[in-house]
Design a binder for this molecule. Structure first.
Ligand SMILES: [Zn+2]
Length: 382
């Protein structure tokens, strides 16, 4: 097994990459985990044995390269049909919906594996793959901080994990303030998920780079190559979405189809994330206010703050880029997602043996219902 397959990507926590606590006097201090690492060591040993026994290649998997080709080709064909061929609303609308779904596929599969270094052993291939996120409208540099470092280090920890922050729009964790309108959030939040994609394109990246914070967490502004990718990505994205189409179609047509595309994209990305972390069975721990220590060891925290869903569906695993195996993904972010189904039983058995809560939703409906109930509970009057 390659040492980079280790269940903790400590390289992300060194030097300037180290997450700190806000901007106040505690800014140089880090939230830490507690307890022994017996569970983590047992998991590591068993996965090492499994990979050694089966000879599985953890990155540069042929099926991943084929999958990338299929998704990018689908994206190019749908984009070309929408921009150059479709001339009636009844062809353009379904094409925009399908393009939204295929764009989500780029996010779930190509950029996500690339961003975690799980795509290839060659860093330049991972960098190339994660840049597909810039092409679809969000900065891969900011994603690395927001998702790769802040979310993956402290999932479901209020104040540390930007992925559970919806601001005043929704309350996803018990430690967040409750507002009157949250009592209806289990109903109104669904269409809002679709609008989050638009917010990401039009506001979030520019705002975060200008102020140097992501949801209250400091990060270094992009410089050099990172800045070039940020600016180049925005030019490419706005050129693809507005520049080229506006040469051929009226503004209102481009605006409506962009709206449909980004709504489908935002909905798909948000719902898949929420089903993996914001459900009744997931934990939302807080560090001790004095010591800044979380109660549980790192690996236990990762298992108990995520929930797998729809594990037996090969179609779901292919489409969702292994994000329905969120527990395995958090433990092994540097192993290509095509291997998560093979690791899941081993992780589940080891979790049960060590008394670590491991939860799976067998169907998509069970996962959706659990997210609905969690939203209802978080929005209910105290
Ligand atoms: Zn991830």
């Amino acid at each position: 097994m390659n040492r980079n397959d280790g269940i903790r990507d400590d390289r992300a926590l060194r030097g300037r990459d180290r997450p700190t606590v806000g901007n106040g006097p505690d800014a140089a201090r880090r939230v830490r985990f507690s307890g022994g690492n017996d569970f983590q060591a047992a998991l590591q040993r068993r996965v090492d044995e499994f990979l050694g026994h089966t000879g599985i290649r953890t990155r540069d998997c042929p099926q991943m390269y084929v999958k990338t080709g299929v998704i990018l080709l689908s994206f190019a064909v749908l984009y070309a049909l929408l921009v150059f061929v479709a001339s009636a609303w009844y062809t353009a609308l379904p094409l925009a919906v399908m393009l939204g779904l295929v764009t989500a596929e780029i996010g779930f599969n190509i950029m996500h594996d690339g961003g975690h270094g799980a795509y290839s052993a060659r860093p330049w291939i991972n960098r190339l793959m994660v840049m597909s996120l810039d092409m679809i409208g969000a900065s891969s540099y900011l994603w690395r901080w927001k998702h790769g470092i802040f979310h993956h280090t402290y999932p479901n920890v209020t104040g540390q994990d930007p992925d559970i922050e919806l601001g005043v729009l929704g309350r996803l964790a018990p430690q967040q303030p409750r507002r009157m309108h949250h009592r209806w959030q289990q109903w109104y939040i669904w269409p809002l998920y679709g609008v989050l994609g638009l917010k990401w394109h039009a506001f979030d990246d520019f705002h975060d780079v200008l102020i140097g914070h992501i949801a209250g967490r400091r990060f270094p502004r992009p410089r050099g190559r990172d800045l070039a990718v940020f600016v180049g990505g925005k030019i490419l994205f706005f050129g693809l979405v507005f520049g080229l189409p506006l040469l051929l179609h009226p503004l209102w047509v481009v605006a409506v189809l962009y709206g449909v595309w980004v709504f489908v994209l935002g909905m798909a990305l948000s719902v898949v994330f929420q089903l993996a972390h914001c459900v009744e069975e997931a934990e939302f721990p807080l560090p001790n206010a004095e010591t800044l220590r979380l109660e549980r060891p790192w690996a236990v925290h990762q298992v108990e703050t995520a929930v797998d869903f729809l594990r037996t569906s090969r179609v779901a695993c292919w489409l969702l880029g292994g994000l329905n195996f969120q527990i395995e993904h958090h433990l092994f972010p540097r192993i290509c997602h095509v291997h998560y189904p093979a690791l899941a039983k081993l992780v589940e058995d080891t979790s049960r043996e060590f008394g670590v809560r491991y939860h799976v939703h067998r169907s998509i409906w069970a996962a959706l219902a659990s997210h609905f109930r969690w939203l209802r509970a978080m929005g209910a009057p105290a």
